[in-house]
Write a protein that binds this ligand. Structure first.
Ligand SMILES: *Cc1c(COP(=O)(O)O)cnc(C)c1O
Length: 467
């Protein structure tokens, strides 16, 4: 690429664009590095406009599922373009969306029978929140509040922020939000209640038996029980990212936590929303994270990987019980008055249909298992490194928490922006990952190879050895 053209593009970007989750003063000053212009992609790789190749170690922010330019998904979208690219879903329907709903219902937990479409993860959560809230009105109960966890992330719209528990993202908007209850996050590595000699994860029995000898006394799950048992008459729904609080640093829950959480909701008749926007479609090693602990939520939110990471699409799946409560004569105003211009976009549905076909026909989940084992082995080596405080992983999702002092778990001064610096030097070596504070995040596509896994982990090791 001609250097003049590149300079012009970067200048134009800086003049006209406001990037998401980005301190633009840093961006303008090339801190920590000059903007990278991506030109094309193939498989696990991105290419910049100079033709330099980068391993996409975060699946283009957790969306890409089966590699870039997957021939079958490319073909499905092109075929759909020749029919219709978009038509409204209000009062009309189309076969890509009809086929997709059928396929989804066949793989979702058995109790989820109805598919409501929208176009991103945040809206999938908004829809679940509004449905749950209105459901209780139809039942004649006043349930105005929601229940969530500290460190939870459910998107950036105001409803999703109201159930969000990441202070750095959410606290400025506090007075705008509706009320939610929060229990502590099951972040074992930095849990104040943890006794030194206890190793995690705890098993399911330990959690049920949490008044006992396990050391941590299961304070995290005790808080869930405490808050829900005291306030269940006012709580419309509890929301959780099953198995992994991803956006706050891949905080993988101890085994059994999710099941216990779901049991508490059931016991107190609080609706359960499982936000599988990040964890869905095989990223945990099973199709959905809830399958690991045999949980059947009342709502499931899906997006990110659903189109293979090609186009915006989201789903809120729910039960017949919820759906039926909204049925009635038009003049009863029980209609769910919610929808978006691009609801169930046909191109996105075509991409999603192709993605689900590939997952099934190519036995992607079966082929994935040895790769996950391999990744775990590589991470076990890495965890011995003196700068690695804690490695959390769940399927293809990994958080590597870097610390100044391994013994005391002391973090680096946040002003050093250590995580961002490591990511920048990795980029110079041809591997793109992102950090959440001092936690390095890997979020791998299902089609990653062992060789590519090894390259990413080795590059992490090289870079943290320079600290
Ligand atoms: C990314 C994410 C969202 C938000 O999805 P967007 O499409 O970015 O709005 C919601 N919940 C979880 C768990 C996510 O990881």
């Amino acid at each position: 690429m001609d250097n003049k053209i590149k300079t012009k593009l970067i200048k134009s970007d800086k003049n006209n664009i406001w990037h998401p989750f980005t301190q633009m003063a840093d961006w303008i000053n090339n801190d920590p590095c000059e903007p990278l212009i991506i030109d094309k992609a193939k498989g696990s790789y991105l290419y910049d406009i100079d033709g330099k190749k980068y391993l996409d170690g975060i699946s283009s922010l957790w969306v890409n599922l089966l590699g870039h330019r997957n021939p079958k998904i490319d073909k499905a979208i092109k075929k759909q373009i020749d029919k219709v690219s978009h038509t409204t879903f209000l009062g009309l329907t189309h076969s890509p969306a009809i086929m997709l709903a059928e396929k989804l219902i066949s793989i979702l937990p058995k109790n989820l029978k109805k598919i409501f479409y929208s176009d991103n993860g945040s809206t999938a959560v908004e829809v679940a929140i509004k449905m749950a809230y209105q459901y209780w009105q139809f039942k004649g109960e006043k349930r105005r509040f929601f229940f969530s966890l500290k460190n939870a992330y459910h998107g950036d719209t105001i409803g999703a922020v109201s159930v969000g528990g990441v202070d750095s993202f959410h606290s400025s908007f506090k007075s705008l939000l509706f009320k939610s209850y929060f229990a502590m996050s099951p972040y074992c590595y930095r849990c104040a209640y943890r006794k030194k000699e206890i190793t995690f994860p705890l098993n399911a029995k330990d959690f049920r038996d949490h008044n006992s000898k396990v050391g941590c006394k299961g304070e995290c799950i005790r808080q869930v029980k405490d808050i829900i048992s005291k306030n269940h008459k006012t709580i419309a729904a509890a929301i959780i990212e099953p198995l992994n609080q991803a956006a706050s640093g891949m905080l993988v829950m101890p085994k059994g936590y999710l099941k216990e959480y779901a049991n508490i909701c059931k016991r107190y008749d609080v609706l359960l929303i499982c936000d599988e926007v990040a964890t869905g479609f095989g990223r945990t090693g099973k199709m959905f994270a809830v399958e690991h602990e045999d949980v059947n939520p009342d709502f499931m939110c899906l997006s990110k990987g659903i189109t293979g990471g090609y186009l915006p699409l989201a789903v809120t799946a729910t039960t017949d019980e919820i759906y039926n409560a909204f049925l009635g004569k038009y003049e009863e105003f029980k209609t769910f008055f919610h929808g978006h211009s691009y609801t169930a976009n046909p191109l996105a549905c075509a991409a999603a249909n192709a993605t689900l076909d590939i997952l099934k026909k190519d036995n992607i989940l079966i082929k994935l298992q040895p790769k996950i084992k391999y990744l775990e082995k590589e991470l076990a080596h890495l965890s011995k490194h003196k700068k690695v405080g804690n490695i959390r992983h769940c399927g293809l999702m990994v958080g590597i928490e870097i610390v100044e002092d391994k013994k005391t778990s002391k973090s680096y001064d946040y002003k050093l922006k250590l995580g961002a610096r490591v990511c920048t030097s990795m980029r110079n070596k041809g591997v793109i990952i992102r950090n959440l504070g001092d936690t390095l995040v890997l979020f791998l596509p299902l089609t990653i190879t062992k060789k590519e896994i090894s390259k990413i982990v080795t590059t992490v090791k090289e870079e943290i050895s320079c600290l």
